[in-house]
Write a protein that binds this ligand. Structure first.
Ligand code: KIV
Ligand code: ZN
Length: 520
């Protein structure tokens, strides 16, 4: 059970699977969502917002199953301010040991104009929907969306109504990332002081990062009395994202001298979940990202390295192992055995069943044959690419040979397995990658448009693996794909096919679910 009795305890509400997944292109598969939820539960997240059950059958199923599997965390689903949404949300979360319904409505003048409700009508709808949610579930969170741009007197009025109607958590969203630290603190302090019944609920802060202030705004809100921070792993989320979980948690840990608040997070699990979310969402973490970026603990300049060798505290405010970064980047090679591979993968956060390990070991040996030294990053890339993640893919790359060089046309001879049947074609293009993509389109015609094609070397050297990221768009739906291989064109083909598979999942996921009116 979550302990909220102590004043210094800050609840961590993770919305990677809802607000994070809402980010264009960040679609996760069902099994990926279950896996991430398991990791969040295991690392000590207090509340997991598992999805938006009314949005699609896929979301409903994911929230229901996460609710069934959760051991410790409260499982929360999002719902708009209508009775249908709330009922559907309850149907999904009710399986949890500790369920929560989160219902919201936009309260700022701009948002009130959308359903065309005046202040009184909206207030009535809030009373009706929060009471309905509370009749179903004794843990109800209510959010006035765009709270930071809502008139203060109206905000106080609707929060009072929500509390009287039974809300147990009041979340204050900075939906468009507009607020600044002092304002964020002042708003929370004002609400706690002015709203009758404020002392009976937990105030939460939900910040977006449009001006790069989400972490600072969240911490300022905590200093003013908020006791729940809403955040996502790697700061994933729409536009510039949400508050990054790893940043607020580590800030509270490292600067506990000036911010004396505790979370229940096992910080040594941060790196693993960060890598996993980057993989399944297709959103790579920028190298200089605080806490989880590849360079966050790298000291390259001579002065820094010298200082570090004498005393790590010279340039380090936290230890890499505090966030689960292993001290050694133990090199593996073709003589490494299965047990060493298992141990290394476990250290990197991948726990495999024996049959899975067998499959990965074959791929590892294949990589080690082509590449002298296999580093942690190579293994992470290999796991990203592992057939474990792709067994259910409708389209798979079976064979590829390209002809390229100074003489045009470059061509690709490609075999794809589509729904279990092999199809072969040869196509030409402007370079080997273009020829390969044309070959995929010939075998699996589609309307998707390539929005982004990016290649990164995983490690150094000419035998390094290349990680290719591809982003595609079809009818407003976006999906990203990734793959790694020592052959850049093979990685490109697999990344392209990976994105196509994800678009197919997305098509399925966004099939119309239930049609709902605002007041339900
Ligand atoms: O940013 C926002 O306002 C939200 C709400 C649905 C809580 O995500
Ligand atoms: Zn949000």
């Amino acid at each position: 059970m979550t302990d909220t009795s102590q004043q210094d305890r800050v609840l961590i509400f993770d919305t990677t699977l809802r607000d994070g997944e809402q980010s264009p292109g960040a679609t996760m598969t069902h099994s990926e969502k279950l896996e991430i939820a398991g990791m969040l539960d295991d690392m000590g997240v207090d509340i997991i917002e598992a999805g938006f059950p009314i949005a699609s059958e896929g979301d409903f199923k994911a929230v229901s199953e996460i609710a069934k599997q959760a051991q410790n965390a409260v499982i929360c689903g999002l719902s708009r301010a209508n009775l249908n949404d709330i009922n559907r949300c309850w149907e999904a979360v009710k399986h949890a040991r500790q369920p929560r319904i989160h219902t919201f409505i936009g309260t700022s003048p701009l948002h009130r104009a959308i359903p065309n409700l005046n202040k009184d009508e909206m207030a009535e709808l809030i009373e009706q929907t929060v009471s309905h949610a509370r009749n179903l579930c004794d843990n109800v969170q209510w959010s006035p969306m765009d709270a930071t741009r809502t008139e203060e007197d109206y905000l106080c009025r609707v929060i009072e109504i929500a509390i009287k109607a039974g809300a147990t958590t009041i979340n204050i969203p900075d939906t468009v990332g507009y607020t600044a630290p002092r304002e964020s603190a002042d708003l929370i302090a004002m609400l706690i002081n002015k709203v009758p019944g404020a002392d009976t609920v937990v105030f939460a802060t939900h910040c977006h990062n449009d001006l790069g202030m989400a972490t600072a705004n969240s911490l300022a809100a905590v200093e003013a009395g908020a006791r729940q921070i809403e955040c996502t792993i790697n700061g994933l989320g729409e536009r510039a994202g949400n508050t990054a979980l790893e940043e607020v948690v580590m800030a509270l840990k490292v600067r506990n001298d000036i911010m004396p608040y505790r979370t229940g997070i096992d910080t040594t699990k941060i790196m693993n979940i960060s890598r996993r979310v980057a993989t399944v969402s297709g959103f790579q973490v920028q190298y200089n990202k605080a806490i989880v970026g590849k360079n966050a603990f790298a000291h390259e300049s001579g002065i820094h390295q010298d200082g570090m060798l004498k005393n790590a505290e010279t340039f380090e405010i936290m230890r890499p192992e505090d966030v689960g970064l292993s001290e050694t980047n133990l090199v593996m090679g073709k003589h490494s055995g299965r047990a060493a591979l298992r141990a290394k993968l476990e250290e990197l956060g991948f726990t495999l069943a024996d049959n899975q390990l067998k499959d990965v070991f074959v791929r590892f040996k294949d990589l080690a044959d082509r590449k002298k030294e296999v580093y942690d990053d190579d293994l992470i890339a290999l796991m990203r690419d592992s057939s474990l993640d792709h067994v259910h893919d409708r389209i798979q790359v079976k064979f590829l040979r390209v002809i390229c060089g100074t003489e045009a046309p470059q061509s690709a001879d490609l075999t794809l397995t589509i729904d279990g049947v092999d199809h072969q074609v040869t196509a030409t293009g402007d370079g080997p990658v273009d020829a390969t993509f044309n070959a995929v389109s010939k075998l699996f015609p589609h309307k998707a448009r390539l929005q982004l094609y990016q290649v990164h070397a995983v490690t150094e050297g000419t035998d390094a693996q290349a990680t290719v990221s591809v982003r595609m768009e079809e009818d407003g739906k976006i999906a990203t794909g990734q793959s790694a291989d020592t052959d850049t064109v093979v990685a490109s083909a697999k990344a392209y096919v990976n994105a196509l598979n994800r678009l197919l999942v997305r098509r399925e996921k966004t099939k119309p679910a239930q049609v709902t009116g605002i007041a339900g």
